[in-house]
Design a binder for this molecule. Sequence first.
Ligand code: 5AD
Ligand code: SF4
Length: 493
Amino acid sequence: MSQKVKDYSQYFIAPDLKAAKKRGKEEIQVLQFEQIPENMRQVGQGKKYLIQTYGCQMNVHDSETIAGILEQMGYTATEEEQEADIILLNTCAIRENAEDKVFGGLGRLKRLKLEKPDLILGVCGCMSQEESVVNRILQSYQHVDLIFGTHNIHRLPYLLQNALFSKEMVVEVWSKEGDVVENMPKVRTDGLRAWVNIMYGCDKFCTYCIVPYTRGKERSRRPEDVLNEIRDLARKGYQEVTLLGQNVNAYGKDFTDINYRFGDLMDDVRKIGIPRVRFTTSHPRDFDDHLIEVLAKRGNLVEHIHLPVQSGSSAVLKMMARKYTREQYLELARKIKQAIPDAVFTTDIIVGFPGETEEQFQETLSLVEEMQYDSAFTFIYSPREGTPAAKMKDDVPMEVKKERLQRLNDLQNEISRKKNEALRGQIVEVLVEGESKKNANVLSGRTRTNKLVNFTGPKHLIGKLVHVRIDEPQTWTLKGVWVDQEQLAQVGV
Ligand code: 5AD
Ligand code: SF4
Protein backbone atom coordinates (compact mmCIF):
# COMPACT_ATOMS: atom_id res chain seq x y z
CA MET A 1 0.00 0.00 0.00
CA SER A 2 1.53 3.32 -0.98
CA GLN A 3 2.34 6.06 1.50
CA LYS A 4 -0.01 8.41 -0.34
CA VAL A 5 -2.99 6.21 0.45
CA LYS A 6 -1.78 5.67 4.01
CA ASP A 7 -2.13 9.40 4.67
CA TYR A 8 -5.75 9.17 3.70
CA SER A 9 -6.93 9.00 7.28
CA GLN A 10 -5.72 8.65 10.82
CA TYR A 11 -7.84 5.51 10.99
CA PHE A 12 -6.16 3.62 8.20
CA ILE A 13 -4.51 0.19 8.33
CA ALA A 14 -4.66 -1.40 4.90
CA PRO A 15 -4.24 -5.05 3.94
CA ASP A 16 -0.90 -6.39 2.77
CA LEU A 17 -0.94 -9.67 0.85
CA LYS A 18 2.76 -10.29 1.36
CA ALA A 19 2.45 -10.00 5.13
CA ALA A 20 -0.63 -12.24 5.04
CA LYS A 21 1.47 -14.99 3.44
CA LYS A 22 3.99 -15.17 6.27
CA ARG A 23 3.92 -18.11 8.62
CA GLY A 24 6.03 -17.76 11.77
CA LYS A 25 6.73 -20.03 14.69
CA GLU A 26 5.16 -17.84 17.37
CA GLU A 27 2.68 -19.42 19.76
CA ILE A 28 -0.95 -18.73 19.08
CA GLN A 29 -2.42 -16.21 21.47
CA VAL A 30 -5.80 -16.89 22.99
CA LEU A 31 -7.38 -13.51 23.73
CA GLN A 32 -10.60 -12.78 25.57
CA PHE A 33 -13.18 -10.49 24.00
CA GLU A 34 -13.09 -7.22 25.90
CA GLN A 35 -16.24 -5.64 27.23
CA ILE A 36 -17.87 -3.08 24.94
CA PRO A 37 -16.48 0.33 26.00
CA GLU A 38 -18.79 2.26 28.31
CA ASN A 39 -19.51 5.04 25.81
CA MET A 40 -20.50 2.54 23.09
CA ARG A 41 -22.99 0.43 25.06
CA GLN A 42 -26.01 2.58 24.26
CA VAL A 43 -24.93 3.86 20.89
CA GLY A 44 -27.32 1.65 18.96
CA GLN A 45 -30.43 2.29 21.08
CA GLY A 46 -33.40 2.64 18.75
CA LYS A 47 -31.18 1.92 15.74
CA LYS A 48 -31.15 -0.99 13.36
CA TYR A 49 -28.49 -3.10 11.65
CA LEU A 50 -28.46 -5.28 8.57
CA ILE A 51 -25.69 -7.74 7.67
CA GLN A 52 -25.56 -9.15 4.15
CA THR A 53 -23.51 -12.33 4.19
CA TYR A 54 -21.76 -13.84 1.17
CA GLY A 55 -19.66 -17.03 0.98
CA CYS A 56 -19.14 -19.99 3.24
CA GLN A 57 -20.38 -21.10 6.67
CA MET A 58 -17.37 -19.47 8.27
CA ASN A 59 -18.71 -16.16 7.06
CA VAL A 60 -22.24 -17.01 8.15
CA HIS A 61 -20.89 -17.72 11.60
CA ASP A 62 -18.76 -14.55 11.63
CA SER A 63 -21.95 -12.64 10.86
CA GLU A 64 -23.51 -14.19 13.97
CA THR A 65 -20.58 -12.80 15.97
CA ILE A 66 -20.83 -9.37 14.36
CA ALA A 67 -24.56 -9.37 15.12
CA GLY A 68 -23.76 -10.31 18.73
CA ILE A 69 -21.39 -7.35 19.09
CA LEU A 70 -23.87 -4.93 17.51
CA GLU A 71 -26.68 -6.11 19.77
CA GLN A 72 -24.47 -5.54 22.82
CA MET A 73 -24.30 -1.95 21.62
CA GLY A 74 -28.09 -1.74 21.56
CA TYR A 75 -28.73 -2.22 17.83
CA THR A 76 -31.58 -4.47 16.71
CA ALA A 77 -31.76 -6.48 13.49
CA THR A 78 -33.72 -5.57 10.38
CA GLU A 79 -34.11 -7.19 6.98
CA GLU A 80 -34.99 -3.88 5.31
CA GLU A 81 -32.17 -1.80 3.82
CA GLN A 82 -34.42 1.26 3.99
CA GLU A 83 -34.75 1.20 7.76
CA ALA A 84 -31.16 0.20 8.59
CA ASP A 85 -28.78 2.64 10.32
CA ILE A 86 -25.84 0.38 9.68
CA ILE A 87 -25.38 -2.02 6.76
CA LEU A 88 -22.41 -4.40 6.71
CA LEU A 89 -21.45 -6.53 3.71
CA ASN A 90 -19.64 -9.62 4.98
CA THR A 91 -17.87 -10.61 1.80
CA CYS A 92 -16.30 -13.64 0.10
CA ALA A 93 -13.21 -13.58 -2.10
CA ILE A 94 -13.12 -17.13 -3.34
CA ARG A 95 -14.16 -16.47 -6.95
CA GLU A 96 -14.57 -13.43 -9.09
CA ASN A 97 -18.34 -13.74 -9.32
CA ALA A 98 -18.59 -13.62 -5.51
CA GLU A 99 -16.70 -10.32 -5.62
CA ASP A 100 -18.79 -8.95 -8.49
CA LYS A 101 -21.93 -9.43 -6.41
CA VAL A 102 -20.45 -7.33 -3.61
CA PHE A 103 -19.39 -4.49 -5.90
CA GLY A 104 -22.87 -4.61 -7.46
CA GLY A 105 -24.37 -4.35 -3.96
CA LEU A 106 -22.10 -1.43 -3.04
CA GLY A 107 -23.06 0.41 -6.23
CA ARG A 108 -26.73 -0.10 -5.52
CA LEU A 109 -26.40 1.13 -1.92
CA LYS A 110 -24.91 4.44 -3.04
CA ARG A 111 -28.35 5.91 -3.60
CA LEU A 112 -29.48 4.93 -0.12
CA LYS A 113 -26.37 6.50 1.40
CA LEU A 114 -27.09 9.75 -0.50
CA GLU A 115 -30.65 9.75 0.83
CA LYS A 116 -29.49 8.89 4.34
CA PRO A 117 -26.04 10.39 4.98
CA ASP A 118 -25.97 9.09 8.56
CA LEU A 119 -26.17 5.51 7.36
CA ILE A 120 -22.97 3.58 8.18
CA LEU A 121 -22.02 1.39 5.25
CA GLY A 122 -19.30 -1.16 5.98
CA VAL A 123 -17.40 -3.90 4.18
CA CYS A 124 -15.85 -6.81 6.08
CA GLY A 125 -14.98 -10.45 5.47
CA CYS A 126 -12.51 -11.95 3.05
CA MET A 127 -12.58 -9.29 0.33
CA SER A 128 -11.49 -6.63 2.77
CA GLN A 129 -8.25 -8.59 3.27
CA GLU A 130 -7.30 -7.92 -0.38
CA GLU A 131 -5.25 -4.86 -1.28
CA SER A 132 -6.83 -4.54 -4.71
CA VAL A 133 -10.33 -4.53 -3.25
CA VAL A 134 -9.56 -1.88 -0.65
CA ASN A 135 -7.92 0.29 -3.33
CA ARG A 136 -10.94 -0.08 -5.58
CA ILE A 137 -13.31 0.90 -2.77
CA LEU A 138 -11.14 3.94 -1.94
CA GLN A 139 -11.21 5.03 -5.54
CA SER A 140 -14.70 4.23 -6.71
CA TYR A 141 -16.91 3.60 -3.69
CA GLN A 142 -16.21 6.52 -1.42
CA HIS A 143 -19.65 6.28 0.11
CA VAL A 144 -18.30 3.34 2.17
CA ASP A 145 -17.64 4.40 5.79
CA LEU A 146 -15.90 1.40 7.24
CA ILE A 147 -13.72 -1.50 6.10
CA PHE A 148 -12.49 -4.12 8.55
CA GLY A 149 -10.79 -7.47 8.11
CA THR A 150 -11.38 -11.02 9.29
CA HIS A 151 -8.85 -10.53 12.13
CA ASN A 152 -10.50 -7.29 13.28
CA ILE A 153 -14.03 -8.42 14.12
CA HIS A 154 -13.48 -8.08 17.88
CA ARG A 155 -12.40 -4.47 17.29
CA LEU A 156 -15.79 -3.52 15.85
CA PRO A 157 -16.93 -1.35 18.80
CA TYR A 158 -13.85 0.88 18.46
CA LEU A 159 -14.01 0.97 14.67
CA LEU A 160 -17.67 1.86 14.73
CA GLN A 161 -16.95 4.58 17.23
CA ASN A 162 -14.42 6.07 14.83
CA ALA A 163 -16.78 5.73 11.88
CA LEU A 164 -19.63 7.39 13.77
CA PHE A 165 -17.62 10.30 15.08
CA SER A 166 -15.22 10.99 12.22
CA LYS A 167 -16.19 11.92 8.71
CA GLU A 168 -13.38 9.87 7.21
CA MET A 169 -13.41 6.36 5.90
CA VAL A 170 -12.23 4.00 8.64
CA VAL A 171 -10.08 1.11 7.41
CA GLU A 172 -8.59 -1.47 9.74
CA VAL A 173 -7.37 -4.68 8.16
CA TRP A 174 -4.67 -6.60 9.96
CA SER A 175 -2.70 -8.92 7.70
CA LYS A 176 -1.39 -10.99 10.58
CA GLU A 177 -1.27 -14.71 11.08
CA GLY A 178 -4.07 -14.38 13.59
CA ASP A 179 -5.05 -15.06 17.19
CA VAL A 180 -7.93 -16.92 18.71
CA VAL A 181 -10.45 -14.62 20.36
CA GLU A 182 -12.74 -16.31 22.89
CA ASN A 183 -16.01 -15.20 24.42
CA MET A 184 -17.22 -13.15 21.50
CA PRO A 185 -20.96 -12.57 21.73
CA LYS A 186 -23.07 -14.39 19.13
CA VAL A 187 -26.61 -14.15 17.88
CA ARG A 188 -27.66 -17.55 16.65
CA THR A 189 -30.86 -17.08 14.68
CA ASP A 190 -31.52 -20.78 14.30
CA GLY A 191 -32.47 -22.44 17.60
CA LEU A 192 -31.94 -25.92 16.21
CA ARG A 193 -28.64 -26.00 14.39
CA ALA A 194 -25.49 -24.17 15.40
CA TRP A 195 -22.09 -23.50 13.89
CA VAL A 196 -19.10 -23.95 16.17
CA ASN A 197 -15.64 -22.82 15.14
CA ILE A 198 -12.97 -25.30 16.06
CA MET A 199 -10.12 -23.72 14.17
CA TYR A 200 -9.32 -20.73 12.02
CA GLY A 201 -7.11 -20.12 9.02
CA CYS A 202 -5.36 -22.38 6.56
CA ASP A 203 -1.73 -23.32 5.91
CA LYS A 204 -2.30 -25.49 2.87
CA PHE A 205 -1.70 -22.81 0.22
CA CYS A 206 -3.40 -24.65 -2.64
CA THR A 207 -2.17 -22.65 -5.61
CA TYR A 208 -5.62 -21.43 -6.70
CA CYS A 209 -6.90 -20.41 -3.28
CA ILE A 210 -7.06 -17.01 -1.61
CA VAL A 211 -8.17 -18.30 1.80
CA PRO A 212 -4.72 -18.71 3.43
CA TYR A 213 -4.18 -15.01 2.67
CA THR A 214 -7.56 -13.80 3.90
CA ARG A 215 -7.88 -15.97 7.01
CA GLY A 216 -4.37 -16.31 8.41
CA LYS A 217 -2.56 -19.35 9.69
CA GLU A 218 -4.06 -22.54 11.06
CA ARG A 219 -4.88 -22.07 14.72
CA SER A 220 -7.08 -24.23 16.87
CA ARG A 221 -9.38 -23.32 19.69
CA ARG A 222 -8.58 -25.10 22.95
CA PRO A 223 -10.55 -28.35 23.34
CA GLU A 224 -12.19 -27.24 26.59
CA ASP A 225 -13.47 -24.04 24.94
CA VAL A 226 -14.98 -26.00 22.03
CA LEU A 227 -16.46 -28.72 24.25
CA ASN A 228 -17.93 -26.23 26.70
CA GLU A 229 -19.57 -24.33 23.86
CA ILE A 230 -21.13 -27.54 22.52
CA ARG A 231 -22.29 -28.63 25.99
CA ASP A 232 -23.91 -25.26 26.42
CA LEU A 233 -25.68 -25.60 23.05
CA ALA A 234 -26.90 -29.07 24.03
CA ARG A 235 -28.30 -27.66 27.28
CA LYS A 236 -30.11 -24.98 25.32
CA GLY A 237 -31.84 -27.64 23.20
CA TYR A 238 -29.84 -27.45 19.98
CA GLN A 239 -30.23 -30.59 17.92
CA GLU A 240 -27.25 -30.25 15.63
CA VAL A 241 -23.81 -28.69 15.59
CA THR A 242 -21.48 -28.26 12.64
CA LEU A 243 -17.83 -27.99 13.59
CA LEU A 244 -16.24 -25.38 11.39
CA GLY A 245 -12.77 -24.81 10.06
CA GLN A 246 -11.13 -24.17 6.71
CA ASN A 247 -9.42 -27.51 7.20
CA VAL A 248 -10.84 -29.27 10.26
CA ASN A 249 -8.55 -32.27 9.91
CA ALA A 250 -5.62 -30.06 10.82
CA TYR A 251 -7.25 -29.37 14.20
CA GLY A 252 -4.74 -29.54 17.06
CA LYS A 253 -1.63 -29.67 14.89
CA ASP A 254 -0.65 -26.30 16.34
CA PHE A 255 -0.89 -27.35 20.00
CA THR A 256 2.56 -27.50 21.55
CA ASP A 257 1.54 -28.61 25.05
CA ILE A 258 -0.96 -31.38 24.32
CA ASN A 259 -1.31 -34.15 21.77
CA TYR A 260 -4.94 -33.76 20.86
CA ARG A 261 -6.17 -33.92 17.28
CA PHE A 262 -9.45 -33.83 15.38
CA GLY A 263 -10.16 -37.52 16.04
CA ASP A 264 -9.79 -36.90 19.79
CA LEU A 265 -12.09 -33.91 19.62
CA MET A 266 -14.74 -35.87 17.70
CA ASP A 267 -14.47 -38.68 20.24
CA ASP A 268 -15.19 -36.20 23.03
CA VAL A 269 -17.99 -34.47 21.14
CA ARG A 270 -19.54 -37.92 20.58
CA LYS A 271 -20.11 -38.14 24.33
CA ILE A 272 -22.11 -34.91 24.47
CA GLY A 273 -25.88 -35.29 24.29
CA ILE A 274 -26.48 -33.45 21.07
CA PRO A 275 -28.22 -35.57 18.41
CA ARG A 276 -26.19 -34.64 15.35
CA VAL A 277 -22.62 -33.55 14.78
CA ARG A 278 -21.28 -32.52 11.38
CA PHE A 279 -18.00 -31.01 10.31
CA THR A 280 -16.78 -28.99 7.38
CA THR A 281 -14.55 -28.76 5.53
CA SER A 282 -11.92 -31.43 5.40
CA HIS A 283 -8.71 -31.79 3.44
CA PRO A 284 -7.93 -35.36 2.38
CA ARG A 285 -4.31 -34.99 3.36
CA ASP A 286 -4.88 -34.71 7.12
CA PHE A 287 -7.71 -37.28 7.30
CA ASP A 288 -6.06 -39.84 9.59
CA ASP A 289 -6.92 -43.40 10.64
CA HIS A 290 -7.83 -42.40 14.17
CA LEU A 291 -10.47 -40.01 12.83
CA ILE A 292 -11.94 -42.78 10.66
CA GLU A 293 -12.00 -45.09 13.67
CA VAL A 294 -13.85 -42.49 15.75
CA LEU A 295 -16.33 -41.64 12.98
CA ALA A 296 -17.10 -45.35 12.65
CA LYS A 297 -18.42 -45.29 16.23
CA ARG A 298 -21.29 -43.22 14.78
CA GLY A 299 -23.89 -42.24 17.39
CA ASN A 300 -24.28 -38.51 16.92
CA LEU A 301 -21.41 -38.39 14.39
CA VAL A 302 -23.29 -38.42 11.10
CA GLU A 303 -22.28 -40.66 8.17
CA HIS A 304 -21.70 -37.75 5.79
CA ILE A 305 -18.20 -36.95 4.61
CA HIS A 306 -17.58 -33.83 2.57
CA LEU A 307 -14.20 -34.56 1.03
CA PRO A 308 -13.14 -31.98 -1.57
CA VAL A 309 -11.15 -33.66 -4.34
CA GLN A 310 -10.79 -30.65 -6.73
CA SER A 311 -9.54 -32.81 -9.65
CA GLY A 312 -9.26 -36.45 -10.66
CA SER A 313 -5.92 -35.95 -12.38
CA SER A 314 -2.74 -36.43 -10.34
CA ALA A 315 -0.92 -33.99 -12.64
CA VAL A 316 -3.49 -31.26 -12.03
CA LEU A 317 -3.55 -32.03 -8.30
CA LYS A 318 0.20 -31.50 -8.31
CA MET A 319 -0.17 -28.11 -9.99
CA MET A 320 -2.83 -27.26 -7.43
CA ALA A 321 -0.38 -28.28 -4.66
CA ARG A 322 -3.03 -30.47 -3.09
CA LYS A 323 -0.30 -32.87 -1.90
CA TYR A 324 -2.16 -36.09 -2.69
CA THR A 325 -2.63 -38.10 -5.87
CA ARG A 326 -5.80 -39.49 -7.41
CA GLU A 327 -4.81 -42.92 -6.08
CA GLN A 328 -4.21 -41.66 -2.54
CA TYR A 329 -7.60 -39.96 -2.53
CA LEU A 330 -9.36 -43.10 -3.75
CA GLU A 331 -7.50 -45.17 -1.18
CA LEU A 332 -8.62 -42.84 1.60
CA ALA A 333 -12.22 -43.06 0.39
CA ARG A 334 -11.95 -46.84 0.28
CA LYS A 335 -10.74 -46.91 3.89
CA ILE A 336 -13.59 -44.68 5.01
CA LYS A 337 -16.16 -46.78 3.12
CA GLN A 338 -14.78 -49.92 4.68
CA ALA A 339 -15.18 -48.47 8.17
CA ILE A 340 -18.52 -46.75 7.46
CA PRO A 341 -20.21 -48.70 4.64
CA ASP A 342 -23.19 -46.37 4.34
CA ALA A 343 -21.11 -43.16 4.37
CA VAL A 344 -22.38 -40.54 1.96
CA PHE A 345 -19.63 -38.64 0.15
CA THR A 346 -19.88 -35.17 -1.30
CA THR A 347 -17.13 -33.06 -2.81
CA ASP A 348 -15.87 -29.85 -4.42
CA ILE A 349 -14.44 -29.88 -7.94
CA ILE A 350 -12.72 -27.19 -10.01
CA VAL A 351 -12.72 -27.48 -13.80
CA GLY A 352 -10.56 -25.51 -16.20
CA PHE A 353 -7.51 -25.12 -13.96
CA PRO A 354 -4.75 -23.41 -16.01
CA GLY A 355 -3.58 -25.79 -18.72
CA GLU A 356 -6.03 -28.60 -17.85
CA THR A 357 -6.17 -30.94 -20.88
CA GLU A 358 -9.20 -32.85 -22.14
CA GLU A 359 -7.58 -36.09 -20.92
CA GLN A 360 -7.01 -34.63 -17.48
CA PHE A 361 -10.60 -33.46 -17.35
CA GLN A 362 -11.73 -36.95 -18.33
CA GLU A 363 -9.82 -38.27 -15.34
CA THR A 364 -12.05 -36.06 -13.20
CA LEU A 365 -15.12 -37.56 -14.88
CA SER A 366 -13.86 -41.07 -14.27
CA LEU A 367 -13.10 -40.30 -10.62
CA VAL A 368 -16.63 -38.96 -10.19
CA GLU A 369 -17.95 -42.20 -11.74
CA GLU A 370 -15.84 -44.24 -9.40
CA MET A 371 -16.63 -42.25 -6.23
CA GLN A 372 -20.39 -42.06 -6.87
CA TYR A 373 -20.75 -38.85 -4.84
CA ASP A 374 -24.24 -38.04 -3.64
CA SER A 375 -23.65 -34.44 -4.69
CA ALA A 376 -20.86 -32.08 -5.64
CA PHE A 377 -20.14 -28.36 -5.69
CA THR A 378 -18.56 -27.70 -9.06
CA PHE A 379 -16.75 -24.54 -10.14
CA ILE A 380 -14.94 -23.04 -13.07
CA TYR A 381 -11.45 -22.00 -11.99
CA SER A 382 -11.30 -18.30 -11.16
CA PRO A 383 -7.87 -16.61 -11.01
CA ARG A 384 -7.25 -14.85 -7.67
CA GLU A 385 -4.72 -12.07 -7.65
CA GLY A 386 -1.67 -12.87 -5.53
CA THR A 387 -2.04 -16.67 -5.71
CA PRO A 388 0.54 -18.79 -7.62
CA ALA A 389 -2.04 -20.20 -10.07
CA ALA A 390 -2.96 -16.70 -11.21
CA LYS A 391 0.51 -16.48 -12.75
CA MET A 392 0.29 -19.84 -14.55
CA LYS A 393 -0.20 -19.91 -18.30
CA ASP A 394 -3.79 -20.74 -19.08
CA ASP A 395 -4.53 -21.84 -22.64
CA VAL A 396 -7.96 -23.30 -21.95
CA PRO A 397 -10.61 -21.07 -23.55
CA MET A 398 -13.60 -20.07 -21.39
CA GLU A 399 -15.93 -21.82 -23.84
CA VAL A 400 -14.14 -25.10 -23.19
CA LYS A 401 -14.26 -24.55 -19.43
CA LYS A 402 -17.99 -23.92 -19.57
CA GLU A 403 -18.55 -26.99 -21.66
CA ARG A 404 -16.52 -29.11 -19.21
CA LEU A 405 -18.54 -27.80 -16.29
CA GLN A 406 -21.72 -28.76 -18.13
CA ARG A 407 -20.47 -32.27 -18.86
CA LEU A 408 -19.39 -32.71 -15.25
CA ASN A 409 -22.71 -31.44 -13.93
CA ASP A 410 -24.66 -33.70 -16.29
CA LEU A 411 -22.75 -36.71 -15.02
CA GLN A 412 -23.05 -35.73 -11.34
CA ASN A 413 -26.77 -34.99 -11.65
CA GLU A 414 -27.34 -38.39 -13.13
CA ILE A 415 -25.47 -40.00 -10.20
CA SER A 416 -27.29 -37.82 -7.64
CA ARG A 417 -30.63 -38.82 -9.11
CA LYS A 418 -29.68 -42.50 -9.02
CA LYS A 419 -28.48 -42.22 -5.42
CA ASN A 420 -31.68 -40.55 -4.33
CA GLU A 421 -33.77 -43.06 -6.29
CA ALA A 422 -32.24 -45.80 -4.13
CA LEU A 423 -33.98 -44.20 -1.14
CA ARG A 424 -37.47 -44.75 -2.60
CA GLY A 425 -39.68 -46.45 -0.03
CA GLN A 426 -37.06 -46.13 2.73
CA ILE A 427 -37.69 -44.56 6.12
CA VAL A 428 -35.14 -41.88 7.04
CA GLU A 429 -34.58 -39.73 10.13
CA VAL A 430 -35.27 -36.04 9.49
CA LEU A 431 -34.55 -33.01 11.67
CA VAL A 432 -37.54 -30.79 10.91
CA GLU A 433 -36.43 -27.21 10.29
CA GLY A 434 -39.76 -25.60 9.46
CA GLU A 435 -42.25 -25.02 6.70
CA SER A 436 -40.92 -25.49 3.20
CA LYS A 437 -39.92 -22.23 1.52
CA LYS A 438 -42.23 -22.85 -1.41
CA ASN A 439 -45.29 -24.27 0.32
CA ALA A 440 -46.37 -23.55 3.90
CA ASN A 441 -48.37 -26.79 3.97
CA VAL A 442 -45.22 -28.82 3.52
CA LEU A 443 -42.53 -29.34 6.18
CA SER A 444 -38.90 -29.40 5.39
CA GLY A 445 -35.79 -30.80 7.06
CA ARG A 446 -32.61 -32.77 6.55
CA THR A 447 -31.46 -36.35 6.84
CA ARG A 448 -28.31 -37.28 8.76
CA THR A 449 -26.58 -37.22 5.38
CA ASN A 450 -27.73 -33.63 4.86
CA LYS A 451 -30.29 -34.32 2.14
CA LEU A 452 -33.21 -31.94 2.00
CA VAL A 453 -36.56 -33.66 2.58
CA ASN A 454 -39.97 -32.07 1.98
CA PHE A 455 -42.86 -33.96 3.50
CA THR A 456 -46.40 -33.70 4.72
CA GLY A 457 -46.94 -33.77 8.46
CA PRO A 458 -48.38 -31.72 11.35
CA LYS A 459 -46.67 -28.44 12.33
CA HIS A 460 -45.88 -29.59 15.86
CA LEU A 461 -43.10 -31.69 14.37
CA ILE A 462 -41.04 -28.56 13.72
CA GLY A 463 -37.81 -28.70 15.74
CA LYS A 464 -38.02 -32.46 16.25
CA LEU A 465 -36.28 -35.52 14.90
CA VAL A 466 -38.91 -37.56 13.08
CA HIS A 467 -39.15 -40.40 10.57
CA VAL A 468 -40.20 -39.88 6.98
CA ARG A 469 -40.89 -42.42 4.26
CA ILE A 470 -39.42 -41.30 0.96
CA ASP A 471 -41.88 -41.79 -1.84
CA GLU A 472 -40.71 -39.29 -4.46
CA PRO A 473 -36.95 -38.96 -4.80
CA GLN A 474 -35.71 -36.18 -7.07
CA THR A 475 -32.23 -35.07 -8.14
CA TRP A 476 -31.71 -32.48 -5.39
CA THR A 477 -34.48 -33.14 -2.89
CA LEU A 478 -36.55 -35.97 -1.50
CA LYS A 479 -40.31 -35.93 -1.03
CA GLY A 480 -42.06 -38.10 1.51
CA VAL A 481 -44.63 -38.56 4.24
CA TRP A 482 -44.32 -38.55 8.00
CA VAL A 483 -44.31 -41.95 9.66
CA ASP A 484 -45.59 -41.75 13.28
CA GLN A 485 -44.50 -43.95 16.20
CA GLU A 486 -47.34 -46.41 15.69
CA GLN A 487 -46.57 -46.94 12.03
CA LEU A 488 -42.90 -47.19 12.85
CA ALA A 489 -43.56 -49.96 15.34
CA GLN A 490 -45.56 -51.79 12.67
CA VAL A 491 -42.66 -51.77 10.24
CA GLY A 492 -40.27 -52.66 13.04
CA VAL A 493 -38.05 -49.54 12.98
N1 5AD B 1 -11.59 -20.84 -8.44
C1 5AD B 1 -12.62 -21.71 -8.44
N2 5AD B 1 -13.00 -22.40 -7.37
C2 5AD B 1 -12.30 -22.24 -6.24
N3 5AD B 1 -12.43 -22.80 -5.02
C3 5AD B 1 -11.47 -22.27 -4.22
N4 5AD B 1 -10.73 -21.38 -4.89
C4 5AD B 1 -11.22 -21.34 -6.16
C5 5AD B 1 -10.86 -20.64 -7.34
N5 5AD B 1 -9.82 -19.78 -7.35
C6 5AD B 1 -13.42 -23.84 -4.71
C7 5AD B 1 -12.78 -25.12 -4.21
C8 5AD B 1 -13.07 -25.09 -2.75
C9 5AD B 1 -14.41 -24.40 -2.72
C10 5AD B 1 -14.80 -23.85 -1.39
O1 5AD B 1 -14.27 -23.37 -3.67
O2 5AD B 1 -13.40 -26.20 -4.84
O3 5AD B 1 -13.11 -26.38 -2.17
FE1 SF4 C 1 -15.20 -17.11 0.78
FE2 SF4 C 1 -13.19 -18.65 1.52
FE3 SF4 C 1 -13.59 -16.42 2.80
FE4 SF4 C 1 -15.31 -18.44 3.09
S1 SF4 C 1 -13.15 -18.37 3.72
S2 SF4 C 1 -15.85 -16.33 2.78
S3 SF4 C 1 -15.28 -19.30 0.99
S4 SF4 C 1 -13.01 -16.66 0.66
